[in-house]
Design a protein around this ligand. Structure first.
Ligand SMILES: [Zn+2]
Length: 212
């Protein structure tokens, strides 16, 4: 089903959301020779933990996406203010339209429209607007989802999961978060894998699916 999909765009409100939501799938797509683009909307300079430089998340996302195998030229970083993305939703939409015309993706990953974080929700909604004619899958961030529909799955192998864990480990400044640990990432992959009798998987909501 992914034979016609060659250009994949991942929308991450904050720098590590894409890795949490679909890092294993990114590693799998790269292994299959697909062209993956990653857009981060905020480097969250206002919420960097004490002792780190303000641009730490920019440095960390460069490292993490490199680990997943994303070409550095395919990484687009915006500096919108964290927790304020809804204030600039029109600017974000206009940037997404530019990205749509430049990248011409076949498949777009967005946060779930059921995500409670205002920044995640904004990127989900504007992503749906900008890419309404293209296949869209929405990734889960369980600590922000009350409802999540596991409608689609991407099966992962150990090597993909290891890349995801390694990429998330690159976020040294974020290691204090309760979900930023290998045990949780592995457990979720096992849970999603169990739903499709595979060892590991990532699950997605189907927002739009286009077969060309
Ligand atoms: Zn986030």
């Amino acid at each position: 089903m992914t034979n016609n999909i060659n250009r994949i765009l991942v929308l991450a409100p904050h720098t590590d959301d894409g890795e949490f939501g679909c890092g294993g799938s990114i590693a799998k797509f790269i292994e299959q020779g697909k062209n993956v683009f990653y857009v981060a909307f905020s480097t969250a300079e206002d919420s960097v933990p004490e002792g780190y430089p303000k641009n730490i998340l920019e440095l960390e996302v460069r490292e993490a996406t490199k680990i997943l195998g994303i070409n550095p030229n395919n990484l687009i970083i915006y500096k919108f203010q964290v927790r304020r993305l809804n204030y600039v939703r029109q600017e974000i939409l206009e940037e997404l339209v530019k990205i749509r015309n430049e990248v011409k993706p076949d498949l777009v990953f967005i946060p779930s429209p059921n995500d409670l974080h205002q920044d995640h929700y904004t990127v989900a909604i504007e992503g749906m607007r900008a890419f309404k004619q293209i296949s869209i899958l929405a990734y889960e961030l369980p600590w922000n989802n009350i409802t999540f529909h596991t409608q689609s799955f991407i099966k992962l192998e150990e090597c993909h999961l290891l890349k995801k864990i390694e990429a998330l480990t690159a976020y040294k400044s974020q290691q204090g978060r309760f979900y930023a640990n290998e045990e949780f990432i592995r457990s979720l992959a096992i849970t999603r894998g169990t739903q499709i009798s595979a060892r590991y998987a990532e699950a997605f909501e189907v927002i739009r699916w286009v077969i060309r």
